[in-house]
Design a protein around this ligand. Structure first.
Ligand code: S3P
Length: 466
């Protein structure tokens, strides 16, 4: 599907409610499936990725229903009474790395065989990072695919040896990854003893917060070798059912934040967005670049979303003609200035780099994203995809080893661009189209990819910018 995006002719104004947080939604479904009774989830993310997690869990005997019907109704998750059941065939994680890596931690511990696969993009993504540590816990995991010298899906789980429980272990991750951390903590719930994960830098901590909500104590500590998270179990997960509310997804809000920054005179309020500090790196980086972004009506969803902070995000930009460059100061029309994103802060905005790169094309000076090698193994090779597609729109963008370098400045040229089968690329290019300076539409090919996390994105874009 191709979508035409016209350059914005007027400021973006009003309120937007973004879909529920994808990361939290996967985890809410998965943890609820391990509980001793039904759980209720409000605001579950509507995209294809979370649907894949739901389908895999249904394949393991979990009941997932919307008793009230309708896309906005509560979801009720009812685990099978005596533990997960053997699936009747391979489980399909679709495009979703989170589905595959988190479920692997559970399937590795089950006393039955199962196979987990996914679409072409997911079958190319690295899985040694979970398969190897799971094996150290006694899991028998066979990767059917190979990419270079690494293992890839389909993944076959042949039941642990001895049959169960798994053996606890301490895992030191070479790269901060919430998916790998969560996989190993979930495996740890099925191990007898204490399982610890040490990350070089703290990645998003939704699993830790949500585990606490489901009655599992989690120990968290900073140590000289990194950020440490531990769970202790007697070999069987004993989770207490929970009532949860999933806040809006900051990774979806990111597209509107940057859209507002690119269109002079905009004022957007993004309501009820999760602002967990392990996810708000984009806000900090954009503020450093000069953006006016405020958090209002903040609250902590204590009794609901596993103690996740929630806020309205308000973005304001100076009106047309009032910005600094038009007064000859050399700054860009947006008033933004380039910055350096360090490897240390990258985990807190790992999914926002595509849209940050779009913002950086319209900032004065150079923006550098350091230590960005992980972007090569996301839903697409995002470093290459960004260089190629934003390059087509006239941006000065290049890759130097693991660094992404963007020379900001000239308005983007409208053109024909491709999403590389990647939802975040599709939406970032849609936002870039709003800044296309030539008066022509930008054509985004492969725009349907957005439905992986944000099915209503293009309709909302037409409403807000139309
Ligand atoms: C996610 C973690 C991140 C992120 C992904 C979602 C999660 O991946 O890129 O979109 O929900 O745990 P990594 O853990 O591989 O960095």
């Amino acid at each position: 599907m191709a979508v035409n995006v016209e350059p914005a002719r007027r400021p973006l104004r009003g309120e937007i409610r973004v879909p529920g947080d994808k990361s939290l939604s996967h985890r809410a479904l998965i943890l609820a499936s391990l509980a001793g009774g039904p759980s209720r989830i409000r605001g579950l993310a509507p995209g294809a990725d979370v649907a894949s997690t739901g389908d895999c869990l249904r394949g393991l005997g979990v009941g997932i229903t919307r008793p009230g019907g309708g896309p906005d109704g509560d979801t009720v998750v009812t685990p099978p009474r005596c533990g997960l059941l053997p699936p009747s065939g391979p489980l399909d994680a679709g495009n979703s790395g989170t589905t595959m890596r988190l479920l692997a931690g559970i399937l590795a511990a089950q006393p039955f065989r199962s196979t987990l696969s996914g679409d072409r993009s997911l079958r190319r993504r690295p899985m040694s990072r979970i398969a190897e540590p799971l094996r150290r816990m006694g899991a028998r995991v066979v990767a059917r695919g190979r990419e270079g010298d690494g293992e890839t899906a389909p993944l076959e789980f042949r039941g642990p040896l001895p049959p169960r429980p798994l053996t606890p272990a301490t895992h030191r991750l070479p790269v901060a990854s919430a998916q790998v951390k969560s996989c190993l903590l979930l495996a740890g719930l099925h191990a007898c003893g204490r399982t610890t994960v040490v990350e070089p830098v703290r990645s998003r901590d939704h699993t830790e917060r949500l585990l606490a909500r489901f009655g599992v104590p989690v120990d968290v500590a900073d140590s000289p070798d990194g950020h440490k998270v531990s769970v202790t179990s007697e070999g069987l997960p004993r989770l207490t059912p929970a009532d949860l509310e999933v806040p809006g997804d900051i990774s979806s809000a990111a597209f509107w934040i940057v859209a507002a920054l690119l269109v002079p005179g905009s004022e957007l309020r993004l309501t009820g967005v999760g602002v967990n500090p392990t996810r708000t790196g984009l806000l900090e980086v954009l503020r450093r670049m000069g953006a006016d972004i405020r958090l209002e009506t903040t609250r902590v969803a204590v009794s609901a979303a596993g103690d996740e902070p929630v806020a309205d995000i308000v973005v304001l930009t100076a009106g047309p003609g009032r910005s600094a460059r038009s007064r000859g100061s050399g700054r860009a029309e947006t008033g933004l200035e380039g910055t350096v994103v360090t490897a240390e802060e990258l985990p807190s905005l790992i999914d926002e780099i595509p849209v940050l790169a779009v913002a950086a094309t319209q900032a004065a000076g150079t923006t550098v994203v350091e230590g960005a090698g992980e972007l090569r193994v996301k839903e697409s090779d995002r470093l290459t995809a960004l260089a190629v597609e934003l390059g087509r729109m006239g941006a000065g963008i290049e890759i130097d080893g693991d660094r992404l370098i963007i020379e900001g400045g000239p308005p983007l040229r409208a053109g024909r661009v491709w999403a590389h089968g990647d939802h975040r690329m599709a939406m970032a290019l849609g936002v870039a189209g709003l800044a296309g300076g030539s008066g022509h539409p930008t054509v985004v090919d492969g725009a349907e990819a957005a439905s992986v996390s944000y099915p209503g994105f293009w309709t909302e874009l037409a409403r807000v910018a139309g």
